[in-house]
Design a protein around this ligand. Structure first.
Ligand code: TRP
Length: 444
């Protein structure tokens, strides 16, 4: 432990925007859109909302409570409330952050390249080949390194003067861009087919096991839960902050952005006749279908497309920042290093692991499945059990700064019974898919 005073957010909104920045990212736009397409529309969206409310909200409040109470990163926070044996769970969190950021940085690199090309060159006439060429190999590595470099510099700048400052500018800009594009898409002829596709509810899909599992994983990923990212951000909060209110503000903003992203992506794609591209539901779908759509729109498309990819970069960057901060905070707690040194050393290590994903998209896809299905869902289970059963007085701790309310007893009940049962179910049912991907990779 260092003797320096712990850093703090400069303002309530600084924290809230940084936390929303963590939550809102590629998960809301890229991952949400391709999963919605793959899983068949509104059934998936509805389940994702249900998981956000029933599991996301309680786990979010649990992470905020742990972080603000312990004023430390995940490893030290769990040790603080649970004793040395629980530090191990914190170590798993840091490992999850490491793994997620390794491939997240690769996709972040793609978005950076797309944004830069949209602004300075325009969209390619052969988006499929273009994506294939830049998504893996040396091109991919180069953009990953640039993206990670920017992330490291911001995290090295510190909580108030790095992360908070970026979030205060970036997040409002992102909101403005996606709302503007969604409104524009509404005016396009033929956009109705997009809304029908997006909002069409089929009960059969809502009952399918793979859709349920995907929706639960997506809720965790999108809210940045299950690996101590929100916990770490909360460790820089003053004691009197209102955690219950922040839980709702962060979670609903995150769901709202994903929902609006769907209102932007699907009408655009359908109005311009690119529907069959997105229905493939692969990790590249958005990066192929949308540029095609933008290209076919002429000069307006160039403008809208540039704004779109800029928003994607901003979202990816503020999320990557929070992932790196988990590793950095743990490193500072553990080794007593200065922030700058911790940021560069951990950032470069993560980038090194990501080289693998940059050169092989199957590794990227597997890392995504492993990280979300096992680490985040398992981590969420760990947090719910820990706060529900192990921590001495979670309700009292959470209530500080909020009005004490009997709802908090309901919160504890959810953490004790509902969340664990739901997550064990999800975890169990996700194993075959993850296993399949692992086998396919090893067998080739
Ligand atoms: N929530 C981010 C997104 O939707 C990704 C992310 C950032 C994340 N930090 C996280 C996911 C921590 C899990 C845990 O893109």
């Amino acid at each position: 432990m260092t003797t320096q005073a712990r850093e703090q957010w400069r303002s309530r909104w600084g924290f809230v925007l940084a936390a929303i920045g963590s939550a809102v990212g590629l998960g809301n736009m890229w991952r949400f859109s391709y999963l919605t397409a793959e899983m068949g529309g509104a059934a998936f969206v509805g389940l994702y909302l249900v998981f956000t409310l029933l599991i996301g909200l309680p786990v979010m409040l649990a992470e905020l409570t742990l972080g603000r109470g312990a004023r430390a990163g995940p490893v030290a926070a769990l040790g603080h409330y649970g004793g040395p044996a629980w530090r191990g769970l914190g170590v798993v969190f840091v490992a999850a952050g490491f793994l997620i950021l390794s491939y997240y940085g690769v996709i972040g690199g793609w978005t950076l390249r797309y944004a830069a090309e949209a602004i300075w060159i325009g969209f390619p006439t052969d988006p499929g080949d273009h994506f294939g060429a830049l998504a893996s190999g040396w091109d991919s590595l180069a953009t990953q390194v640039v993206f990670m470099g920017i992330t490291i510099v911001i995290v090295a700048g510190g909580i108030g003067s790095g992360i908070e400052r970026v979030a205060r500018i970036a997040m409002p800009a992102l909101f403005a861009i996606i709302v503007a594009i969604a409104v524009y898409a509404f005016t396009l002829e033929g956009s109705g087919a997009g809304y029908r596709y997006y909002l069409n509810f089929e009960l059969r899909n809502a009952l399918a096991l793979d859709v349920v599992v995907a929706a639960a994983g997506q809720a965790f990923f999108s809210l940045s839960l299950g690996m101590g990212a929100i916990l770490t951000f909360a460790s820089y909060l003053p004691r009197e902050s209102h955690l219950v209110r922040e839980t709702f503000v962060i979670s609903f903003s995150d769901f709202g952005v994903a929902f609006v992203a769907g209102l932007m992506v699907f009408p655009l794609i359908f109005a311009l006749g690119m529907a069959n591209e997105i229905e493939a539901g692969t990790i590249g779908a958005l990066f192929v279908a949308l540029p095609k759509a933008f290209l076919s729109m002429g000069p307006v498309g160039r403008l809208i497309g540039s704004a779109f990819f800029l928003a994607l970069v901003v979202g990816a960057l503020t999320s990557a920042i929070s992932l790196l901060e988990v590793v950095v905070a743990a490193t500072i707690d553990r080794f007593g290093w200065g922030r700058r040194r911790a940021a560069w050393i951990s950032g470069l290590a993560v980038t090194g692991l990501g080289v693998w994903s940059a050169f092989d998209l199957r590794v990227l896809d597997l890392a995504d499945s492993l990280a979300i299905n096992l680490f985040l869902v398992g981590g969420g289970l760990g947090i719910a059990v820990f706060v529900g059963w192990i921590m001495a007085d979670p309700v009292g701790e959470a209530a500080i700064g909020s009005r004490p309310s009997f709802w908090l007893e309901g919160w504890r009940f959810l953490l004790r019974f509902v969340v664990p049962v739901a997550l064990v179910f999800v975890l169990w049912n996700s194993l075959p898919e993850t296993w399949e991907k692992l086998r396919a990779l090893l067998g080739s």
